[in-house]
Write a protein that binds this ligand. Structure first.
Ligand SMILES: NC(=O)c1ccc[n+]([C@@H]2O[C@H](COP(=O)([O-])OP(=O)(O)OC[C@H]3O[C@@H](n4cnc5c(N)ncnc54)[C@H](O)[C@@H]3O)[C@@H](O)[C@H]2O)c1
Ligand SMILES: [Zn+2]
Length: 342
C-alpha cells in the first residue's frame, strides 16, 4: 500500500494506492466522513464490473445509493450533468452527504463538477478505475463537462476529500484504454521522474509504486500551481503537437501525446534545448507499451500550433525536455521559429 498527501491552500487530502482497495473503501472513507448516506456516481461499464464490490464494502457503514450514466466522453454533457443532479435530488441527497465518483476520467470530471455545484458544494471522494484517471485526472482538482463544442469548458476547481486507487482495476481495461493512460504516464516520467522511466524499461508492469511515482510528478506542480497559472503548464509536454494530430488522425488522447512527445523532443533538439540522448529511450519505452510511434515532422505542424490558444501576444510557450526527467517552459516568437527552424 502507498499513500500520498496532496497539500493545497485550504486543505490536504490523501491518495491511497492499494491493490484490492475496492474491498476496503468503507475503512478509508470512515476516516474522513461520518454521516449516514453515500451516493455513488458511475458509468454502465464500470457498474457491471465494480459497483457491487464497492456497495458491499460501503454498506457495512453507510446507506448507499447510486446513479449510472452511459460510459464514454459523450456523457460529459450538460444534459447528463442535469440528469445526475435530478436523480440525486429524487433520492433525497442532502448537503452534508458524500458523493463517490467511481469510474474513469469522465465520471471523475462530471461527478466532481456536480459535487462543486449542487448545494454550492458537497464533499466527494474519487475512486478512479482507468489507468488515465488513476495516474492523472484523480489529482489536481479540475472538474467539468464539454459544452458548445468545446472540451471541459464548463467546470470548477474542486478538490476531493480523498482518492482511493485500486491498481487491480487496470486489468479489465481494454488495450487502447490502457495505452491511453500509458501515454500520459510515460510523459510524467519524461518531465519529472527519471527513475520512473527506468522502472518502465526494466519491469513493464503497472504496480502500486508506478502509480505512486507518476502521481508524485503531478502532485509537485499542482501544489505550487493549484489554479493552473504557470508551472502546471509543464504537464502539457507532448500536448501542443499531440492536439494537432489527435483529431486529424483519430488517435486517442494518450496516443497523440506519445507521438507529440517525440515531435517536441525533435524540436527541442533542433533548438539546442533538449539533449540529443532523450529521443531513443522515450521511443523505446513507447514501443514497449505498444504506443503508436509514427514520426510526423513537427515543422509541418508549427503553423497550426502557432495559432492555437497558447499564442499569447505573438509568443508561444513550448514544454521541452532538457534531459530525461527534467523539462523547461520555453517561450518562443513566430520570428524566432522562422529564423531558427524553418
Ligand atoms: N480533470 C483532469 O485533470 C483530467 C486530466 C486528464 C483527463 N481528464 C478527462 O478524463 C477523460 C478521459 O478519462 P478516461 O480515459 O478514464 O475516460 P473514460 O472515463 O471514458 O473511461 C474510458 C473507458 O474505460 C471504461 N473503464 C473505466 N474503468 C475501467 C476498468 N477498470 N475496466 C474496464 N473499463 C473501464 C469506461 O467505462 C470508458 O468506457 C476525458 O474527458 C478528459 O478530459 C481530466
Ligand atoms: Zn493529456
Amino acid at each position: 500500500m502507498r499513500e500520498l498527501v496532496v497539500n493545497l491552500s485550504d486543505h490536504s487530502y490523501k491518495i491511497i494506492i492499494e491493490n484490492g482497495a475496492l474491498d476496503n473503501v468503507n475503512t478509508y472513507i470512515k476516516t474522513i466522513y461520518n454521516n449516514d448516506k453515500v451516493f455513488i456516481i458511475t458509468d454502465d461499464k464500470v457498474k457491471d464490473l465494480y459497483l457491487d464490490k464497492v456497495i458491499k464494502s460501503l454498506e457495512k457503514d453507510y446507506i448507499v445509493d447510486y446513479v449510472v450514466i452511459p460510459n464514454g466522453e459523450a456523457s460529459k454533457t450538460l444534459e447528463k450533468y442535469a440528469y445526475i443532479c435530478e436523480e440525486l435530488l429524487k433520492k433525497d441527497i442532502r448537503r452534508n452527504n458524500l458523493i463517490v465518483a467511481l469510474g474513469g476520467g469522465v465520471i471523475g470530471d462530471i461527478s466532481g463538477f456536480v459535487a462543486s455545484s449542487l448545494f454550492r458544494g458537497l464533499p466527494y471522494v474519487g475512486i478512479p478505475t482507468s489507468l488515465l484517471a488513476q495516474m492523472d485526472s484523480s489529482i489536481g482538482g479540475k472538474t467539468g463537462i464539454d459544452f458548445y463544442g468545446r472540451k471541459n469548458i464548463l467546470g470548477a476547481f474542486k478538490q476531493p476529500k480523498m482518492v482511493i486507487i485500486d491498481p487491480n482495476t487496470i486489468n479489465t481495461l481494454d488495450e487502447r484504454e490502457f495505452n491511453n493512460g500509458m501515454g500520459e504516464l510515460i510523459k510524467h516520467g519524461a518531465i519529472g521522474n527519471k527513475e520512473l522511466l527506468d522502472s518502465l524499461y526494466s519491469h513493464p508492469k503497472i504496480t502500486e509504486d508506478v502509480i505512486y511515482e507518476s502521481l508524485t510528478v503531478k502532485k509537485k506542480v499542482v501544489e505550487i500551481d493549484e489554479f493552473d497559472l504557470k508551472e502546471r503548464m509543464t504537464l502539457n509536454f507532448g500536448h501542443t503537437f499531440g492536439h494537432a494530430i489527435e483529431l486529424k488522425y483519430g488517435y486517442k488522447h494518450g496516443e497523440a501525446v506519445a507521438i507529440g512527445m517525440l515531435m517536441a523532443i525533435k524540436m527541442g533538439i533542433d533548438l539546442g534545448v533538449t539533449d540529443k540522448s532523450c529521443y531513443k529511450p522515450i521511443l523505446d519505452i513507447l514501443k514497449i507499451y505498444n504506443l503508436p510511434v509514427v514520426e510526423y515532422d513537427y515543422k509541418d505542424y508549427l503553423k497550426d500550433v502557432f495559432y492555437d490558444k497558447k499564442n499569447i501576444a505573438g509568443t508561444i510557450s513550448f514544454i521541452f525536455l532538457t534531459k530525461l526527467g527534467e523539462c523547461v517552459i520555453y517561450k518562443i516568437t513566430e520570428k524566432e521559429i522562422k529564423e531558427k527552424l524553418l
